[in-house]
Design a protein around this ligand. Sequence first.
Ligand code: ADE
Length: 224
Amino acid sequence: MRIDIITVLPELLRSPFEASILKRAIEKGLVEVHLHNLRDYTNNSYNQVDDYQFGGGAGMVLMIEPIDKCIDKLKSERHYDELIYMTPDGETLNQKMANQLSLKENLIILCGHYKGVDQRVRDWLITKEISIGDYVLSGGELGAAVLCDCIIRLIPGVLSNETSALTDSFQDDLLAPPVYTRPAEYKGMRVPEILLGGHTAKIEAWREEEAYKRTEERRPDLLG
Ligand code: ADE
């Protein structure tokens, strides 16, 4: 998979890809992530990427020309499956969307800023609009990092134990059950006895029941 991220703040997006699981996925060649600074696609001496909105009103708007130029260049090099725009009024990200996007070959992610982008970008260039939740970020960069993280960890070979992505919360519309590690007792707090017994079938049944209980308590909406 290849992900191209278009942003006015590439420095905000570097560190998530320089540590841990995402770093290893890149090193293993399972994913390529390329950051593109929108200012490199301007043709004015101020490297201006935004302007006042027509009709007046506070807040700057990202201009269509540098975005179109950047997307044009990328599209001339390969086919893209989706052109994603990160925006609070997009479709809310969930595990199902992440699963579907993890199967794609090439993605472009455009990060919004200020008041957003010229509507013509959204109407003519973008194929999918994604929000990471009902709150407003200062820009799309942190949303893009969240989106990349949850997509990339689903690519086969990225997680060392491939089954572990399948047992995540939400993967089967259930939250994950509680987990414990050593010591078996700490300041009088004991790990559930069943986990110490080594009966795989009983442990599996206990986990399933706990996952169900937790979902019923915290997210009954998931049970439909
Ligand atoms: N940009 C600003 N807020 C956002 C959000 N909630 N999701 C994605 N992109 C955003």
